[in-house]
Design a protein around this ligand. Sequence first.
Ligand code: NAP
Length: 284
Amino acid sequence: MTNFAVIGNGAVGSVIANELKSAGKNVRLFGRQEQQIILSMPQQVKLNVTSLVVNQEKFDYIFVAVKATRIAEIRSALIKMCHPDTIIIVCQNGIGQLLQFNMAQSFQAAVYISGQKNGLQVTHFRDKKLILPEHQLMHQLKEELSDTELVIEVSSNQLTILWYKMLVNLGINTVTALSKNTAQIVEIPELRELVQSLLKEGILIANTHGESFTHEVVDEIMAIYDGYPPQMGTSMYYDTLENRLLEYDFIQGEFYRLARHYQLKTPVLDTCCILLSAYQYKKH
Ligand SMILES: NC(=O)c1ccc[n+]([C@@H]2O[C@H](COP(=O)([O-])OP(=O)(O)OC[C@H]3O[C@@H](n4cnc5c(N)ncnc54)[C@H](OP(=O)(O)O)[C@@H]3O)[C@@H](O)[C@H]2O)c1
């Protein structure tokens, strides 16, 4: 029987593991230590978490759902979990981290699962969708998961979907992290202008790199932000509140690197990146 591992017992990993388990799949959920967590969706489900460091088993599919800042920490355990045909699905925001998963055939999913972890409690808000890149192995995985309630799509447009997510994260994550305030800040006219400038620079970078977003995307993304509940935080907002590392390197940092590479003028992005990298300075 095909076996599955999910690494990361947080908002994304717990939902994936629970859906696999509910469909009768052979699945193990891994975290830092052995424990039991409660997933509210909204009915409460208990999930057993196994310590990643003591694992001796190898897996056919491994979903990686730790934050991108934690990839180095799981690397040696991940290598031990792979056999020659293992497939890794990286369930993370950001772009660029796939290069670090060279221990097996790896693919990045565009993740549409919204939730939040607080201690031993994980709350699922909405969506259970993963969009995978076009590849025969991804069609095979979609087939394997067809009897689960996860929505699996395989798209030839997946890279553009990842870039669109990057843009959505670029605007709202940056300003909520830097202001340490929730989505309500898009009500401030000057802040809206700043976010719009940031999005325009992001589109310039993405398009120079091969995408073809139109400028209407700025209004489209602003409308998404306007639809957020005012008290909603973003992952980077919560990370700053907890004084944790941000997934900066894989989102704003990736835009920043590409802007340097293509010698683009991106003054708003540059200022935001200097402040965000100063926040990260000497943090572990
Ligand atoms: N949450 C969302 O709504 C959402 C939506 C779309 C995309 N994403 C993306 O999905 C990815 C996962 O996010 P998330 O929100 O699920 O994160 P999360 O709630 O913080 O969960 C990450 C989990 O990984 C565990 N972990 C960290 N380091 C580990 C290690 N060395 N060994 C074993 N387990 C470890 C954490 O345990 P500890 O708590 O003990 O550190 C935590 O349980 C991120 O890239 C995020 O940007 C999230």
